[in-house]
Design a protein around this ligand. Structure first.
Ligand SMILES: *[C@@H]1O[C@H](CO)[C@@H](O)[C@H](O)[C@H]1NC(C)=O
Length: 515
């Protein structure tokens, strides 16, 4: 396997070339602690997420002070963008963009917000999900109208420095869907108004798959797993005439876990093995997350940040696992994966080696750079340094001048939702740790009574319950993160994800960001 990897990687490096003006963007989730992030490693920071309401207003609620953080980022030489949408913040975007008045309100609210907080641009992450409205006939054409109007509004509101404000779009693996339900064959017109698009090329194999597989494959394997990869996604957008020089590659600083049905160490070359449907708990930051929109009961995201793989001693160094974990390399997707034979736990993730391979592809294709999700998930800057080593700033950056940098080829010696967690309005943060809808455990039955008889009484951990899934918050005031789950006939106490509290909605519970 080592030999095979070296050959493939060598080929990838041979394609590398120089690209001028590359960018390194990173998401700063509003609900996370960003106090220890080294902003100077990045050229652009996306403050995520602002969540639009149906009428085109939006709010941005963060655990950090936006003006203070924006100022610190500016002083470190990076530009600051407001990220709008995300998994749960995209619910209304379709209807907002359709109606002229709400679209106009969204545009003017964006402009006012950027001016009020001295931000350098907006990143619109319109993420499809089962809860977000879609209008296949009109979404793509309405988006084009929106970005054109937004461009005009931003250009007439230039910054005091004279710098133009940016428009970025977070996009999927295929070009925008046209009125016939197929990806558009020519999306070049969008590039007239948008500074760059970021392809969110992760969460590819995961909880929705029947087998384990790479979270963020550089290449997919024919006939195995989802038949998409960073390579095919970039090719799809370029084939649809979007300029490569305006594309950034989305890079995940996290992995995803699953429980395999077999001992994967018996076939260390095979990253595709049957997995059980339930997602296991990921790292220490993972908890039970729920989705208010689907009303499904809380479940784990299975996410492991790279930082926690290192901190929790799953990885004892960049490229070696701590026993009983075993590190394997998938020579097609060019990503590492970890397996624990005791627990049958599988984790697909990105590390310094897989990031080097991805960056070689980014450089070789003449892309604009990378966007990282997210900036809090690194360990001692190990991952961002791999990216940063390939960027040479042209000039000292300042808050008023866009940070200039050059992506150069990696040297051979230097050797990579939920999640996407979501967004909020002023009073209700919704928990979901990634781009994908949260997994769906068995649905509570509304027709069957609890075996406890008195459904209002708080069940005791260890006492018996019915066979059906039932959930109860330990406290009804929405201030406790604990809830009870009826699992396999026994009430067990469970914990919502970090920073969230349990909210009871009839027989459903969800974990919401604490008020
Ligand atoms: C838009 O909707 C929000 C939430 O539904 C509401 O609070 C706000 O007042 C509305 N704004 C306008 C201008 O209609």
């Amino acid at each position: 396997m080592r030999l095979g990897f070296a050959c493939v990687f060598g080929v990838a490096l041979a394609n590398a070339a120089f690209v001028a003006g590359g960018i390194i963007a990173g998401y700063a989730p509003a609900w996370k602690d960003v106090s220890r992030v080294d902003w100077s490693k990045y050229t652009h920071i996306n403050l995520a997420y602002a969540e639009p309401q149906a009428n085109g207003t939006f709010t941005f609620e963060s655990s950090y002070n936006i003006d203070e953080v924006a100022d610190r980022i500016h002083r470190a030489g990076a530009r600051v963008l407001l990220s709008l949408g995300g998994y749960s913040g995209s619910a209304h975007i379709s209807e907002i963009l359709k109606a002229g008045d709400s679209r106009g309100r969204l545009t003017s609210n964006i402009v006012e917000f950027l001016k009020a907080h001295n931000l350098d641009g907006v990143d619109v992450d319109w993420i499809p999900s089962e809860c977000n409205k879609v209008d296949v006939q009109n979404d793509a054409s309405n988006l084009l109208v929106f970005v054109r109007e937004l461009r005009q509004a931003l250009d007439s509101a230039a910054m005091s420095s004279g710098a133009k404000r940016l428009i970025a779009l977070g996009v999927g693996m295929s070009p925008f869907t046209g009125a016939n339900g197929q990806p558009l064959g020519d999306v070049s017109e969008y590039a007239n108004w948008v500074d760059y698009i970021n392809i969110l090329a992760y969460d590819i194999n995961g909880q929705q798959s029947t087998t384990t597989g790479p979270n963020a494959p550089l290449n997919y394997e024919l006939g195995r797993g989802v038949q998409q990869s960073l390579v095919t996604a970039v090719d799809n957008w370029i084939r649809a005439k979007f300029p490569a020089s305006k594309i950034t590659a989305g890079i995940a600083f996290y992995g995803r876990s699953a429980t395999s049905t077999v001992d994967m160490s018996a076939q260390p070359w095979n990253v595709y093995q049957a997995q059980v449907a339930a997602v296991p708990r990921g790292d220490d930051d993972d908890g039970l997350w729920a989705d208010r929109c689907t009303g499904k009961p809380p479940s784990y995201s299975g996410v492991w940040s790279y930082g926690n793989l290192r901190k929790q001693n799953v990885l004892q160094s960049k490229e070696s696992a701590a026993s009983p974990w075993q590190r394997n390399w998938d020579s097609v997707s060019l990503t590492p994966w970890l397996f624990n034979s005791n627990s049958k736990m599988f984790i697909s993730y990105d590390d310094t080696v897989s990031l080097s391979a991805k960056i070689s592809h980014v450089v070789g294709k003449g892309l604009h750079g990378v966007s990282v999700y997210d900036i809090t998930m690194d360990y001692d800057n190990e991952l961002i340094n791999v990216i940063r080593d390939s960027v040479k700033p042209d000039s000292p950056a300042s808050s008023s001048v866009p940070a200039q940098s050059t992506l150069k080829s990696q040297s051979a010696s230097s050797t990579p939702l939920p999640p996407l967690p979501t967004t909020s309005e002023s009073t209700s943060w919704q928990a979901s740790s990634n781009l994908l809808p949260p997994p769906s455990p068995p649905a509570p039955s509304s027709s069957l009574p609890s075996h406890d008889g008195d459904s209002a009484a708080m069940p005791r951990a260890g006492s018996s319950c019915g066979w059906q899934a039932l959930y109860k918050c330990v406290e009804v005031d929405g201030r406790s993160s604990q809830f009870m789950q009826c699992a396999a006939g026994i009430w067990v106490k469970q914990q919502c994800g970090a920073g969230t509290a349990c909210v009871q909605n009839g027989e459903y519970v969800y974990c919401d960001y604490s008020r």
